[in-house]
Design a protein around this ligand. Structure first.
Ligand code: ADP
Ligand code: MG
Length: 401
């Protein structure tokens, strides 16, 4: 990796200001953390710092309090959960910056951890206010960035601080850069890109960039119907982006110019409503979908076709479910493709919030090389964009600490 990581730094006695992703759901009734996956995911970097004698100041946002102090977005329950699930003794400080924060940091001893209040309680956070960034930077020697999910945003806590003190990647950030970097820039071949989800328009940047690298592109999800309509098939009442049909045609042309095997479904599971328990049938794409019916999953022949196309892959990236996987009646296509990819001996990477949720739902997460935690950030990475929250991390040639 070209970026410096926390492994490259001598941590003993240093003060770290660490941007983590504690943006977790809070149960409205109990006020407690409803899902601590992200807290657990952040532990290895925090524990590494503590074990090596650093003082650690933790920063995170939670929700969208829009620059105001709003108790329902407080990080206090996060501190409580962090203390419960780790051997750490984390002190929660209900302020974002200011004299109390400065004093508390001055009194810290090596291996102590403080969590400050929600960074977005301060209006300067999302504006990348240099004064706020400098105030945070002034507390520490080194900035550690372990919040990939916000890497597509230039905020004070991830990007701003790096203008004043050196920034290095935490373990989560390192893994994101390593795997997303591989599938975006230097995949091993054959390279198969699997795309689904709702809209062609959301994924156009990803398709365009990955057409340059891929050997095969498999299209499922609702977006398949925009392509199928572009090819002249009857798609009934399926979701179609009418204003993207021309774009779909030009993508199909580009794929054939680049000799990329662009594979569309040959059958689909249709129903009249997006509801569980309704009448459903499988139809061949060639026969068309009747009016009033919509395609909600890929069919069994398509599962076969896609599984065969995946078989020899050395690299696979998957973004976007193959169907309405949230409803069991329409989840089989997504599940089968999730399994087919999980069983490959290839570098397998998932990007996208709903695709990651699907893989977790099917219990397959550990069978993938990497499941990205970033929704928007992983899409922008796959588009080949340089993310501000990664650009700000120091390059390897620089010595830090
Ligand atoms: P990701 O978050 O992985 O990038 P998207 O947000 O693009 O994925 O799409 C996920 C959504 O797409 C899911 O909620 C799923 O129900 C929906 N979806 C997939 N296939 C269809 C379809 N054929 N018709 C309607 N919605 C679909
Ligand atoms: Mg989504």
């Amino acid at each position: 990796m070209k970026k410096l990581t926390i492994r490259d730094v001598d941590l003993q006695g240093k003060t770290l200001i660490m941007r983590v992703d504690f943006n977790v759901p809070i149960d409205k009734e109990t006020g407690k953390v409803a899902d601590d996956t992200r807290i657990k995911a952040a532990l290895p970097t925090i524990e590494h710092a503590v074990k090596n004698g650093a003082k650690v100041i933790l920063l995170s946002h939670l929700g969208r309090p829009k620059g105001n102090v709003d108790p329902k977005y407080s990080l206090k329950p996060v501190a409580e959960r962090l203390n419960e699930i780790s051997g750490l003794n984390v002190e929660f400080l209900p302020e974002v910056v200011g004299d109390n924060v400065v004093r508390a940091v001055q009194n810290m001893k090596p291996s102590e951890v403080i969590l400050l209040e929600n960074t977005r309680f301060h209006p300067g956070e999302t504006k990348n206010d240099p004064e706020l960034a400098q105030a945070w930077a002034g507390l520490a020697d080194i900035h550690v960035n372990d919040a990939f999910g916000t890497a597509h945003r230039a905020h004070a806590s991830n990007v701003g601080i790096a203008n004043f003190i050196p920034s290095v990647a935490g373990f989560l950030m390192e893994k994101e850069i390593e795997f997303l970097g591989k599938v975006t820039y230097e995949p091993d071949h054959p390279y198969v890109v699997v795309l689904g989800g709702v809209k062609v328009s959301d994924k156009i940047g990803v398709i365009t960039h990955l057409l340059e690298k891929a050997d095969k592109v498999l299209i499922g999800g609702a977006m398949m119907f925009t392509f199928l309509k572009a090819k002249g098939y009857q798609v009934g009442s399926s979701l179609v982006e009418e204003d993207k049909i021309e774009l779909a045609k030009s993508i199909l042309n580009k794929a054939s110019e680049k000799k990329v095997d662009f594979i569309l479904p040959v059958d689909t599971v249709i129903a009249q409503k997006i509801e569980s328990g309704v009448e459903k049938k499988v139809v061949e794409i060639e026969d068309g979908i009747p009016e009033g019916w919509m395609g909600l999953d890929i069919g069994p022949k398509t599962v076969e076709l896609f599984s065969e196309a995946l078989r020899s892959a050395k690299t696979v990236v998957w973004n976007g479910p193959m169907g309405v996987f949230e409803i069991d009646d329409f989840s089989q296509g997504t599940k089968s493709i999730a399994e087919a990819i999980a069983n490959l001996s290839a570098t397998t990477v998932i990007g996208g919030g709903d695709s990651a949720a699907a893989v977790s739902k099917f219990g397959l997460k550990s069978s993938y090389s990497h499941v990205s935690t970033g929704g928007g950030a992983s899409l922008e990475f796959l588009e080949g964009k340089e993310l501000p929250g990664i650009r700000s991390i120091a390059d390897k040639k620089k010595h830090v600490g």
